[in-house]
Write a protein that binds this ligand. Structure first.
Ligand code: ATP
Length: 572
């Protein structure tokens, strides 16, 4: 397989070993040891079954009733043990899989969420598309494929070793006349089995290889099709207003056509492969008999030996086929490992990015002091140069400037989200901040959870929530605090902005950042809300971003930026 180089193997080993070196290593090693033992026991039982074949069919051939019943008794014991081993082999492997996946998922989730990595990942020019898919799907595939491949490999090696030895013993020495001489071949059936399996698997590989890419494409086309349908559901209202159904239908059908076209390729190739594998499977039934027949007819072997040979031949062939049968799985496993290592690498890269941001000091003082702050775009274009500013308790600042001048980016920088900045900032504790964007985030959950988002350490009573809702003219929703809903689809944009204001009144932040948070309200409502904020939260520092001239009278200072680095601060 191309690309299975040292660096890749090192990366995969790194991904695998973490769990076995973690705080759960006791359980991990314990389960692994039991699963390996069960796998080896499985192979050992196959060997015992193979020997049993000899005994049972010889008893049949010799019309030996006593031996026949004793062989039946042995079979019952072997079968019972085999069933127990097979059940626990699978059960414990799945148990290890889910424990490993749970550990990995938790670790990836923590890394993805900490230091706002999920947000910063968007800023890095990289190929981490769909981090959600990495965490939900790739980790599941990784744990599943790794266990299947490693246990399969172990079983294949053990089976091959055991049955090659049996087959060698059963083969005896075949003497072939060669002119006037005689050539003795030891273990000839082993050589024939290896030859047969290698030729068969090589041909399967030749015919089936294109299926790997076809399968891969199929998954991608299916995902693209599904994604376009999800986009419609998420944007159904806008599409309905635009009457964009025919454009959407064209897109859906276009994407679905790719699914169908690729599936046709899959069918065609699968058909060729089935021609071959069915023929190969049929020949495999009779081929070992033909190979063992010379010894049987020479009376060097009984019926039991013949059947034992057939079974051993099949096992050697199965074990050898494992390597090629696992080829598609190995190819998928490789791409899963590459996606996960890429994801981990980008998360590290984002961690390093935070080091190039402005120097941020967390202060106990209720003051925000910015000095010599320069903010630029990822490409280096400056948005703001050398800004110095200070704000203390009860003050308010309006940030104004043309669209695209960097107003929101300044808020991102003050919140420590934007890494492309230099200078120093002394900022109060993050827990005292509350951000109200234009379109507030309403999490899935009850209305109470939405209003208390992201969660308050202090106990908030329903009366307090109700009072804040009344002040924000949301009385009619008061009876819905326990209702579970996708509130972002139920409430209007103006109502969502009022929910955000109610959040501010309930959570009483010391620092309130508002990015066009009143854009969906009329001017009297905007005035009423700012007055309310000043009355209820007199000590809170308010920093607003907005275009409306009416906002000016609610602030004490105004920072105007032009988007090319220049700025000025006015006391109002
Ligand atoms: N992640 C990003 N990568 C690259 N450029 C970005 C990114 N986010 C924002 N920008 C660019 O930064 C500039 C400032 O954007 P910002 O959102 O801060 O403007 P704004 O002044 O708030 O605009 P508006 O008034 O329209 O909301 C814009 O040119 C925008 O395209």
């Amino acid at each position: 397989m191309s690309g299975m180089n040292c660096a890749f193997l090192k990366d995969s080993w790194q991904l695998i070993r973490e769990y076995w070196c973690s705080e759960e290593k006791g359980q991990a090693w314990g389960l692994t040891a039991v699963i390996v033992t069960l796998n080896l026991a499985h192979v050992y039982l196959l060997v015992l079954f193979n020997i049993w074949y000899n005994r049972f069919y010889n008893a049949l051939q010799n019309l030996d009733k006593e031996e026949f019943s004793s062989a039946l008794g042995e079979f019952s014991i072997l079968a019972a043990i085999f069933i127990i081993v097979a059940v626990y082999e699978l059960y414990l492997q799945q148990k290890l899989e889910i424990k490993w996946r749970r550990w990995l998922t938790k670790k990836y989730l923590v890394n993805w969420l900490q230091n706002q990595t999920y947000y910063r990942l968007l800023l890095v020019d990289n190929n981490t598309d769909n981090p959600d898919q990495r965490i939900s799907e790739d980790l599941q595939l990784f744990t599943n494929y790794t266990l299947r491949l490693s246990m399969g490999l172990l079983k294949a090696i053990a089976t091959l070793a055991a049955f090659v030895a049996i087959l060698w013993q059963l083969s005896g020495i075949l003497t072939i006349p060669f002119g006037s001489m005689q050539v003795d071949i030891s273990g000839y059936m082993v050589w024939v089995a290896i030859f047969y399996a290698v030729i068969g698997t090589w041909l399967t590989h030749k015919i089936g290889k294109p299926l790997i890419k076809i399968n891969f494409d199929q998954q991608r086309y299916e995902a693209d099709f599904r994604f376009s349908l999800v986009r419609l559901r998420e944007n159904c209202e806008s599409i309905a207003f635009y009457s964009g159904e025919s454009r959407e239908e064209k897109l859906f059908l276009g994407r679905f056509a790719c699914v169908v076209d690729n599936f046709r390729k899959f069918m065609k190739r699968q058909k060729q492969l089935t021609w071959f594998t069915s023929g190969y499977g049929q020949i495999a039934i009779i081929f070992p008999v033909l190979v063992a027949a010379p010894r049987y007819f020479a009376k060097e072997m009984q019926l039991g030996g013949l059947l034992q040979t057939m079974s051993a031949f099949g096992k050697v062939q199965d074990a050898l086929s494992f390597f090629v049968d696992s080829y598609p799985l190995l190819a998928e496993w490789k791409s899963v490992v590459e996606r996960l290592t890429g994801f981990v690498r980008n998360m590290h890269k984002v961690g390093e990015l935070s080091g190039i941001g402005a120097k941020v000091e967390m202060t106990e003082a209720q003051q925000l002091v910015v000095s010599g702050l320069s903010v630029c775009l990822p490409g280096g274009r400056p948005l703001l140069s050398n800004l110095s500013l200070s704000l203390s308790s009860g003050e308010s600042l309006l940030v104004a400037g043309p669209s695209g001048s960097g107003k929101s980016t300044l808020l991102r920088t003050l919140a420590g989200l934007w890494p492309y900045a230099q200078g120093t900032m002394a900022v109060p504790q993050k827990k005292d901040f509350l951000f109200l964007p234009q379109k507030s985030y309403l999490p899935l959950g009850t209305l109470r959870e939405v209003l208390l988002y992201p969660g308050s350490k202090r106990q908030v009573t329903d009366e307090e929530i109700g009072a804040a809702m009344a002040l924000c003219k949301l009385d009619w929703l008061r009876g819905n605090l326990n209702r579970l809903e996708d509130w972002s689809h139920v409430l209007s944009l103006g109502e969502q902005q009022r929910i955000a204001f109610a959040r501010a009144l309930i959570q009483k932040p010391k620092w309130l950042f508002m990015d066009e948070a009143t854009s969906a309200m009329d001017e009297p409502a905007e005035r009423a809300f700012y007055t309310l904020l000043r009355e209820r939260l007199p000590g809170t520092v308010i920093i607003s971003v907005g275009h409306r001239g009416t906002l000016t009278c609610h602030h004490k200072k105004k920072l105007t930026i032009d988007g090319n680095g220049c700025w000025n601060v006015l006391n109002l």
